[in-house]
Design a protein around this ligand. Structure first.
Ligand code: 6CS
Length: 338
């Protein structure tokens, strides 16, 4: 049985049949493999929880329980206790989470970026009630790395994206953003991307360099473009009823494990993008990597205003409050980094 054929009933059966799992086993699903960034975070979380409590954490990497949308449903229904789902997919459920797709909103400077994620009032105070409305306790958000474009033809300007079917995650604002970049956005779940690229259904996609390397995306694209428009953000959540039902002691175990994993994953990313790009070049010397100049970035940057306006239209009741707080947080983060 592949993940594509898993039904709700078969997932339930799989869960009930999990060998050795006790009532104290916490199930944690994520959208990547064990050795990818979300997997490294999850492994650290498991290690911390198990070192500091009697609970066991069972990890479910991408594909074992379905696509990103499936694991979110399982977390909301309480079939699993923890889930890592990126706002790229959560945008359909929590429209405000689409704010992460306003291009050039997050800083390129790593100190400022990390300071934002460490201290953001948007993440710590404004988002949690919105996630709670969907039956989720938002535990943390963290960055996974600079997003790069990989395409079959070189890209240095929006004109080069003309008629390029560009795969994006499934939320309306990222569709808007790639339309503004000049491409033909094609929302797809991750599991379909490699095949779609191989068969020519799409000709481009974006992701952090580590993911381009680990998923062999460089095999089916020839050009990498760094335009500095975003950093890949993800979020870790717990089922709300499960979390609220935990004794204070266990809540503390979860919070401590999240904090330790958060610190660990920021450190883990030091140099990761450059190393991944070097590995890609070694695996495929014909690949080109182009870092756009400020001049070349200008027309991409110019789209930010219209995408931001669209966010205010489609980003839910709290869109304005989220955007305002996010800008205040980002300003504080860039001051802290200077
Ligand atoms: O592009 C995607 O769909 C995937 N990218 C990353 C870096 N993680 C999970 C997500 O499914």
């Amino acid at each position: 049985m592949t993940y594509k054929t898993l039904t709700a009933a078969s997932v339930a059966a799989l869960m009930l049949g999990t060998a050795g799992a006790s009532a104290d086993t916490w199930r944690y699903a994520f959208e990547e493999q064990l050795e990818e960034v979300q997997g490294i975070f999850a492994q650290k979380f498991k290690e911390e929880v198990e070192a500091n409590s009697d609970h066991e954490v069972q990890l479910f990497p991408f594909g074992t329980l379905g696509e990103s949308a499936d694991i979110m449903e399982q977390a909301q229904s309480g079939l699993i206790q923890f889930v890592d789902q990126s706002p790229g997919f959560t945008g359909a459920l929590i429209p405000e989470a689409q704010v992460f797709f306003v291009p050039y909103l997050l800083p390129e400077n790593q100190d400022a970026l990390f300071s934002f994620f460490r201290n953001s009032k948007t993440i710590k105070e404004l988002f949690p009630p919105l996630y709670a409305e969907q039956g989720l306790e938002l535990l943390t958000m963290f960055p996974e790395g600079e997003v790069v474009m990989t395409t079959q033809e070189p890209v240095t300007s929006p004109e080069d994206l003309n008629e390029v079917k560009f795969r994006v995650m499934t939320n309306p604002l990222i569709v808007e953003s790639y339309q503004a970049f000049g491409a033909t956005p094609t929302p797809l779940p991750w599991g379909e991307v490699y095949g779609a690229m191989q068969t020519g259904i799409i000709q481009g996609q974006e992701n952090p360099a580590f993911f381009v390397e680990s998923t062999n995306m460089y095999e089916v694209t020839d050009h990498i473009t760094r335009l500095g428009h975003n950093n890949f953000t993800t979020a870790v959540m717990a089922n709300l009823d499960f979390y609220e039902g935990l004794p204070d002691e266990d809540k503390q175990v979860v919070q401590d494990a999240i904090q330790a994993s958060f610190d660990y994953i920021l450190e883990y990313q030091d140099g990761l993008t450059e190393q991944s790009l070097a590995n890609i070049m070694e695996a495929k010397p014909s690949m080109t990597i182009t870092e756009l100049t400020e001049e070349q970035r200008a027309p991409f940057r110019a789209t930010a205003e219209s995408v931001e306006a669209e966010f205010l239209e489609i980003g839910g009741d709290q869109a304005q409050a989220i955007l305002d707080q996010m800008k205040a947080d980002l300003e504080a983060a860039s001051e802290a980094a200077n």
